[in-house]
Design a protein around this ligand. Sequence first.
Ligand code: THU
Length: 133
Amino acid sequence: GIFMTESEILKLVELAQKARLYSYSPYSGFAVGAALLAESGKIYTGANCENASFGATICAERAALASAISAGERCFTAIAVAAGDKPVTPCGICRQTLAEFGDMAVICATAEGNEYKLFFLSSLLPEAFTSYK
Ligand code: THU
């Protein structure tokens, strides 16, 4: 069967676009929002949070993930990311961080509008390192 309908995908994109409005990005000027759908059906959002010490920046995807994990979630269906005029894919650190919790759909969307690209995390980060045990 279909795992997410087009309208469910676009709803998640819309929530990522709304979350993007809370971005704190005075250094890059690049605002990013994310919306993470847990298997519980709940959705957790995040925005990028920059810092004067640039390396301390937290991406929107990891902000959403930390929020979900902090609410007790461990299993996820999809994450939508919204930024820019062309869809952006999550950075390497975010791919690794998300892969800790298994595969999921990654919906890469623009800051406004309904354009998106659909990937699976396992295709964006093949052969991921997940455990040494
Ligand atoms: N950024 C994200 O939040 N997610 C991405 O997928 C790409 C990069 C942020 C980090 C930084 O605040 C800004 O975008 C520019 O790199």
